[in-house]
Design a protein around this ligand. Sequence first.
Ligand code: SAM
Length: 232
Amino acid sequence: MEEINNRQVFPVKKRGLSINNKTNIIKYRFLAPVYDLIMGSPIFAGARKKGLGLLEFRPGQKVLLVGIGIGQDLSYIPGEVSVTGVDLSEEMLARAAKRKRGAELILMNAEELSFADGIFDVVVLNLILSVVENPGLAMAEARRVLKEDGRILVFDKFLPEGKEVSLIRKMLNIITSFIGTDINRRFSDVVRGLPLDIINDGPAGFSGNYRTILAVKRPLRALGDSKQTRRL
Ligand SMILES: C[S@@+](CC[C@H](N)C(=O)[O-])C[C@H]1O[C@@H](n2cnc3c(N)ncnc32)[C@H](O)[C@@H]1O
């Protein structure tokens, strides 16, 4: 594994990986070389820019990009912000490392982050909740590592609330899941029971199937805020 910023940044931690997440490693090994081609389109670039623009970054803030991929979000984050990116795919991370913007890159499972509680100002979950095996767990982990009043940005595709999954969508999902993403998840299921205030939830392309969501961390009322292991 190559060195970034003169140090080894992939402390491999594959403990507790589920089958789907293991499969993701294989899928994204193959997707890495073509990812920019597919996801670099102006529609996605525009949505990313708009979503990250909502965060109004301030110098010195600590930002975590979960499932950073090849680092397409980095273009929209100012240089004075400290960025950490995690991903399960070495191939995706290696491409992120080639981007101009320096970021600490770590091989890590979104469902089991190796960070202390409450250390980030912002966590970005772009196009990852539709990919990990247990999005609720990834969301709970994102919330755990956030400071109080820290913000979570999500740009992803979700099933419109209150809508049943159509047969065509079910069939399409067999193909998209095989490639590496689930189109039939509901955001309300992902965040159920998590103390978060949703302060923005708007359409971000493809007839509202993609959404940009901004949430603020609220304290847990009950005891035991550490290392949540909520499962859906
Ligand atoms: C659709 S891509 C999105 C990448 C990037 N966030 C973006 O907006 O372009 C999904 C990424 O999540 C990574 N991934 C999949 N499962 C993961 C997991 N359990 N933990 C961390 N990263 C994961 C994949 O390797 C891939 O880079």
